[in-house]
Design a protein around this ligand. Structure first.
Ligand SMILES: [Zn+2]
Ligand SMILES: [Zn+2]
Length: 226
């Protein structure tokens, strides 16, 4: 069994203390996180409706890990196909990696989805399996309308970098038009966030709905780490 599957089993295990199961979910996200660790966790708290008090709905953790698992299965199949294709290419003497790199090998700091790493609230609203399906289809050459990440077709948002402009997807802050200087610039979150608050699901209510008072009731500050 791979590590992911072992920890997934722990999330399911109702005999374990709920905190232990939550920490197993965390480990699963460190092993596979299509939106990056923090944004993937934030996405799952919303899609699986994980309440601040885990005891209020222990099944929420199972819903979260199952969504992640479903996406991971789709990714694994495509990644294995890609690895086989690369082996064949190398045997044929083509060693250079073809561009564009597959989405799971992108380096976040130079990629259009950098914002998701700098602001855990900015990520596509797609369920993770839908996102993976979309990315795999693009890798296979599909020409899909809208933002490559989330499919939003609305007007772009222009952001100044001080010496030029970038145009972002209004939904997920994916960079659709990069800065003319060619660099990827850090993304400054619109609402300063406190990671601890997000980790403890201060943005959620115990009935599984988003907390209507968040983030007004959290002290302003930047969270660090996970
Ligand atoms: Zn988008
Ligand atoms: Zn620039």
């Amino acid at each position: 069994m791979t590590s992911f599957l072992t920890h997934r089993a722990h999330v399911h295990d109702a005999r374990l203390p709920i905190r232990r199961r939550h920490s197993a979910l965390r480990t699963c996200i460190t092993l596979f996180a299509p939106y990056g660790f923090r944004a993937t966790y934030h996405h799952l708290t919303l899609s699986a409706a994980i309440p601040p008090r885990l005891e209020a709905d222990p099944d929420a953790l199972v819903r979260a890990v199952e969504e992640l698992h479903e996406a991971r299965v789709l990714w694994l199949a495509r990644a294995e196909e890609y690895a086989a294709q690369r082996r064949a290419e190398k045997r044929a003497g083509r060693r250079a990696v073809v561009n564009p790199r597959p989405w799971w090998l992108r380096r976040w700091w130079e990629d259009p989805n950098r914002a998701w790493y700098e602001d855990p609230l900015r990520h596509p609203s797609l369920r993770l399996p839908e996102y993976v399906r979309r990315q795999n289809a693009i890798l296979d050459g599909a020409d899909l309308p809208g933002c490559p990440a989330c499919g939003d077709e609305g007007p772009l948002v222009a952001n100044s970098t001080g010496h030029g402009w970038v145009e972002l997807c209004r939904g997920c802050a994916w960079v659709l038009t990069p800065c003319p200087c060619g660099q990827r610039h850090p993304f400054v979150p619109e609402t300063p966030f406190k990671w601890k608050g997000i980790w403890e699901r201060a943005h959620m209510s115990d009935d599984g709905m988003p907390n209507p008072h968040w983030p007004a009731d959290q002290p302003v500050g930047r969270g660090k780490g996970a």
